[in-house]
Each structure stands twice: as C-alpha cells, then as structure tokens.
Design a protein around this ligand. Structure first.
Ligand SMILES: [Cu+2]
Length: 67
C-alpha cells in the first residue's frame, strides 16, 4: 500500500537522502519519495512485512518528527 507521512524538519538534500535511505533499508519498503517543499514522504510498502510504526520509527531515528 502507499501512504503519505507528514515529516517535520527536512530542509535539504541531505535530509532527503537520510530519510530515503533509512526507509529503503527496511524490508518490505518498495518505493520512497520525499517532497521537501511539502514536508511529506510517500512510501509504498508491503504491510505484511513492515508496519507503519516501523516506518515512522526509522524516520524518527534520523532526527525528524513524524505526524
Ligand atoms: Cu538537511
């Protein structure tokens, strides 16, 4: 399924890469797209392999807040 997360604190390409890489390391994540201007992250994932909480946790571990 695809979900859109509201992520606070992403300001530059480094943030974009940090969030993208953290999510893509998780098993079950198929596609990640960060929209810096909007402060959102689209994630296409397999919910039988990874939970929404895990996605949020991975982003928070990088130092960003997820709403
Ligand atoms: Cu940055």
């Amino acid at each position: 399924m695809t979900t859109t997360l509201q992520v606070q604190g992403m300001t530059c390409n480094h943030c974009k890469m940090a969030v993208t890489n953290a999510l893509q390391e998780l098993e079950g994540v198929n596609r990640v797209e960060v929209h810096l201007e909007k402060g959102t992250v689209d994630v296409d994932y397999d919910e039988t392999k990874v939970s929404l909480d895990k996605l949020k946790e991975a982003i928070e571990e990088q130092g960003y807040d997820v709403k």
